[in-house]
Design a protein around this ligand. Structure first.
Ligand code: SAH
Length: 432
């Protein structure tokens, strides 16, 4: 449903984040009143990327001051080792040509900065990089990225392309909205890096009933309380009483998403009546695009995100605000919404139309160790002149590789997708 076409809220140019959220809430409630309940994906899309009030559109959400912190922001080692992984892809596969480096959802641009700085220490790698393409929906973050990597704003030229005039790494940077905007080019090898992007793509929730799959839709009522989705450790926000109350309701009839699920992967057929699952058609589309981009000229992709290696996600949607878990339904547009990534679905979708091979997923802690994080951390720690500096490196290392309960080394998984016929990649049984 083209939600945007239905109602056009008035956005004041001086609106604050909370007044924008109130306008978005009203807009979503009015839409539901007019058309009936909407899919969770439509709700999530508005919350995250509504051009006026979307979470990612207006702000830089990262770091201690922001809502959450990601691995590249924790330590430079993360991006450096990803840079080394792509270097090994170049060395292991003789048929790699000039390299087109693509990042989906680059945040502040820190990961790309660390990768490119690493590439500079391997002249043969750096001289092969002909272009960097950043896939980013947020104008605010596009500018944060271009300031970091290019020292200037990115601007749209007469040809419609968003580029920066120069870059500190001496490569051309282009910004696009979607991987679909990247053309096929068999004269270059495409290397794609995707960190914490899939988890931000909108999901549908479905339940298997006696009548087949039925979708859980977002409804609105004046009197029902918000459905908390049984989130562990959730912080309850005391929203004002006149704020619209959103909750989930089971659609009595089939919807486009419930029709798709029965036609897609057979693994859904095996589930029992009463099972609830999350599906992400947008992730399937992005995965297929990754398959397209890497399938020629020995291309490869590295995908890092959180989610189970081989099970279907169930009830994992969550909101995060100020480093705390909150209900996805309160104060839309002010919290990051994300769901566990379905790695099996990414692998299946990337291979459906293109000739690629899928490696992993493996746990982040194991992958980083295979890539030599221990040695890199020791080197960085030895270069520190203070005890405090040495401790900081040790903490960063531990945070990235920790495999205890809730540790990033276990929760996060790493998956590679390579053109068929490429050598087994490093960290997935291949040589470093
Ligand atoms: N990779 C970064 C940022 C992760 S947050 C890091 O690890 O620090 C998710 C990123 O994806 C942000 O840059 C956000 O603006 C972008 N994003 C979210 N949804 C998007 C979409 N539908 N299309 C393009 N970019 C999107």
């Amino acid at each position: 449903m083209g939600l945007r076409l239905l109602l056009h809220p008035k956005w004041s140019s001086t609106a604050t984040a909370s007044s924008k959220s109130a306008t978005l809430s009203k807009y979503l409630a009015e839409t539901i009143k007019a058309t009936g309940p909407i899919s969770l994906a439509a709700f999530m899309r508005q919350c995250l990327t509504n051009p006026e009030a979307g979470y990612y559109i207006n702000k830089d959400p990262f770091g201690k001051e922001g809502d959450f912190i990601t691995s590249p922001e924790i330590s430079q080692m993360f991006g450096e080792l990803i840079g080394v992984w792509f270097l090994t892809q170049l060395m292991l596969n003789q048929s790699v040509k000039k390299i087109r480096l693509v990042e989906l959802g680059p945040g502040r641009g820190t990961l790309m900065d660390d990768m490119l700085r690493t590439s500079m220490t391997f002249a043969d790698f750096h001289k092969n990089i002909s272009e960097v393409i950043m896939v980013e929906a947020s104008p605010t973050l596009r500018n944060v990225q271009s300031q970091l990597l290019c020292g200037s704003e990115c601007k749209q030229g007469p040809d419609g392309r968003w580029t920066a005039s120069s870059s500190k790494y001496d490569v051309l940077f282009t910004w696009v909205d979607s991987p679909k905007d990247i053309n096929d080019d068999s004269t270059v090898s495409t290397f794609v890096v995707v960190h914490e992007f899939f988890d931000a793509l909108p999901i549908h929730q479905l339940e298997k009933t006696e009548k087949g799959w039925r979708e859980l839709l977002v409804d609105f009522s004046a009197d029902k309380p918000n459905t908390p989705l049984s989130l562990p450790n959730q912080t309850v926000i005391n929203a004002s009483p006149d704020t619209p109350k959103f909750h989930l309701t089971l659609s009595p009839s089939a919807t486009p998403a419930s029709e798709i699920i029965s036609q897609t992967h057979e693994r859904y057929d095996k589930l029992n009546v009463g099972s609830r699952v999350e599906i992400c058609p947008e992730a399937w589309e992005v995965s297929s695009q990754i398959g397209r981009l890497v399938s020629s000229a020995s291309g490869s992709a590295l995908i890092i995100d959180y989610g189970a290696a081989d099970t279907i996600p169930i009830n994992t949607l969550r909101g995060v605000k100020n480093h705390k878990i909150v209900s996805p339904f309160e104060e839309p547009g002010t919290a990051d919404l994300s769901a566990d990534v379905d790695f099996q679905a990414i692998g299946i979708a990337s291979k459906t139309h293109y000739n690629v091979e899928v490696h992993g997923p493996v746990e982040q802690g194991d992958w980083l160790h295979a890539m030599g994080i221990g040695a890199r951390a020791s080197m960085l720690a030895n270069n520190q002149t203070t005890e405090e500096g040495k401790k900081r490196i040790a903490m960063q290392y531990k945070r990235l590789v920790d495999k205890g309960i809730g540790g990033m080394g276990k929760l996060y998984k790493v998956m590679a997708i390579t053109a068929s016929g490429c050598a087994k990649p490093a960290g997935f049984g291949g040589e470093l």
